[in-house]
Design a protein around this ligand. Sequence first.
Ligand code: NAP
Length: 272
Amino acid sequence: MGTVGSYAKAAFNESAVFIMGRMDLDITNVNQIKKVFDKIKPTVVIHLAALTNVDLCEKNPDLAKKINADGTKNMTLIAKKYNIPFVYISTSAVFDGKNLPNEGYSEEDQPHPANVYAKTKLLGEEIVKENIKDYIIVRGAWMIGGGKKEKKFISYIFDKIKNGETLRVVNDRFGTLTYAKDLLEFVKERLSRKEFGLFHFGSKGMCSRFDIANFIKKEFRSNSIIEPVSSKEFAEQFPAPRPTYEVIKSVKFPLTSSWQTTLKNYMENDLL
Ligand SMILES: NC(=O)c1ccc[n+]([C@@H]2O[C@H](COP(=O)([O-])OP(=O)(O)OC[C@H]3O[C@@H](n4cnc5c(N)ncnc54)[C@H](OP(=O)(O)O)[C@@H]3O)[C@@H](O)[C@H]2O)c1
């Protein structure tokens, strides 16, 4: 189960929801999707499956397109047959970070993706708009969630900071945070109010990974040393181009929680 998917059981009524991982439903397999849809006759689809490893996408653009764009198309075409609402989670990475508007990009700004992952996710958005009448597209920012099982940035640095280790952390790329649990609550609310369209969802303000590490250090009164480094130092490990600014805002539902509050909630709910 993916990071966002891991909160689906808690967010939605368990008896009425089918949560599927790749083993149950491969979105690149049209026949399998047909079979699953015909069996469970869904009344709404929340499509979370994606190839999210940005560097893997850059190295394998065909695979990225196959899953993020063609896979999304397969899902929409069958959902279209059932004429049901369709939710697609996209990304703040559809913006290249250049000419950052005041306080970030809104739903009204023109996307311009800087890497293969973001290009294929944007293609997915276009496919959803083309094929589905009642669509909800939510662009999330840097996704946090999944607790200790998740192996991304926060869980990676969390124990190290708590243990007082020295860390070198990038300070020249900026984004904002989306807590996967809050994202599904946002989706649930839009669905219940039948509010369809494109939305941005995340936290207020912007932070670098260096800011995040320092916030965690302060919260735990850790003696950890956090050294700021340029993203250039990690260029070999993470070669895909990434925007300097992945900061979003919303003109539809202005973001209310600061990134610090969002991060604190996540740590309290899932990491402590
Ligand atoms: N992660 C972020 O920072 C971020 C930010 C903004 C938006 N988003 C979007 O939010 C959504 C959820 O992301 P996430 O953070 O939960 O990602 P995640 O943790 O990487 O989960 C993605 C899930 O998709 C599954 N998957 C991959 N290929 C599949 C296929 N062919 N058929 C069925 N399932 C497949 C993966 O299964 P395996 O593990 O078996 O590969 C994984 O369980 C995605 O659409 C993503 O693009 C993510």
